[in-house]
Write a protein that binds this ligand. Structure first.
Ligand code: HEC
Length: 294
């Protein structure tokens, strides 16, 4: 390398370093949610049916008054690979919600109990109504929230995450938000109606702490703590956002097995085809130039 080139390289490095520095600083500014263990993590991960059922209960009793699930239909609750409620259970859940239907013969919209084919009804008729009821803050629809939120984990984590296939930052974030309510540090001023949350970007969240220990009853002996509720509802929201994760992972595994078998077959086919040539290496010698005779 000549001298001029190394000077250019040194300048380029010097220009890059502050950029890297701000990246690290930005990552440290937002609190990184703890990485939890999820049954659906990794290449063989699958949803835990019982956890999804508990998570649905937490959603129903703790979140559904504010957050919608507009992309999810009641029949999905009975789909394989999900909470796997029986069809009768899913129909009973649907009937316990009121959905808007119509117009009827008089041209009016009316309310009726939900059916399996209906989607989850929105908790507010429009965004303005939600904001008016909640002091100006808008609760996002939760259909794809678990996949729509990710966390900038910064250097060097994003390199490791590529190798460990870390994709659960959405559920980690939701769990962290539910467990991140704290007293604000001295000198932090909160706008009226806002709460301090360690993991919310900017720390001032417009959602009042939605869960407390013992609020949702579990019948299977699972601890009724905010930590556990957070895990269960985040897993349920992950399923809502990606209901075919089980199928995707199983198919991916089958494709890998197929490719490994195919590689073996191709190897032996190649050996077989080139077998004769290997036995007669002279066939591989370059041909003598043709002699022309006149
Ligand atoms: C009283 C209404 C209310 C209830 C109940 C409620 N939330 Fe919220 N939630 C909100 C509002 C409002 C916001 C928007 C906050 C903001 O933007 O400052 C929000 C924001 C959130 C966010 C952050 C979303 C983002 O944009 O990053 C998460 C995660 C969340 N809620 C999860 C839940 C879960 C899980 C439950 C049920 C256990 C729940 N919420 C119950 C009103 C509610």
């Amino acid at each position: 390398m000549n001298a001029r080139r190394s000077i250019v390289l040194a300048f380029a490095l010097a220009a890059l370093l502050p950029a890297l520095g701000t990246r690290i600083a930005a990552a440290q500014e937002q609190e990184i949610p703890p990485k939890l263990h999820w049954s659906f993590a990794g290449p063989f991960g699958l949803y835990d049916t019982e956890q999804l059922q508990r998570g649905f209960k937490v959603y129903r009793e703790g979140c559904s008054t504010c957050h919608g699930l507009k992309l999810l239909a009641f029949r999905n609750l009975a789909d394989p690979g999900g909470p796997s409620f029986s069809e009768a259970q899913a129909a009973a859940i649907a009937a316990s919600f009121q959905v808007t239907d119509g117009p009827n013969d008089k041209g009016e919209m009316f309310q009726r109990p939900g059916k399996l084919a209906d989607r989850f009804p929105p908790p507010f008729s429009n965004d303005q109504a939600a904001r008016a009821a909640l002091g100006g803050a808008l609760p996002p629809d939760m259909s794809v929230l678990a996949k729509a939120r990710s966390v900038e984990r910064g250097f060097p984590w994003f390199i490791f995450d590529a190798f460990t296939q870390y994709q659960e930052d959405g559920p980690d974030y939701i769990h962290a938000i539910l467990n991140g309510y704290e007293d604000p540090p001295a000198g932090f001023t909160l706008a009226p109606g806002a709460q301090y949350n360690k993991y919310f970007p900017g720390h001032a969240i417009g959602m009042p702490k939605p869960l407390s220990d013992g609020q949702v009853e579990y019948t299977d002996g699972t601890p009724t703590t905010v930590d556990q509720y957070g895990r269960d509802v985040s897993a349920f929201l992950m399923w809502a956002a990606e209901p075919t994760l089980d199928v995707r992972k199983r198919l991916g595994f089958q494709v890998f097995v197929f490719l490994i078998v195919l590689t073996g077959l191709l190897y032996f086919t190649k050996k077989r085809i080139w077998h004769e040539v290997k036995r007669h290496p002279e066939l591989l010698e370059p041909r003598q130039p043709t002699e022309y005779r006149s």
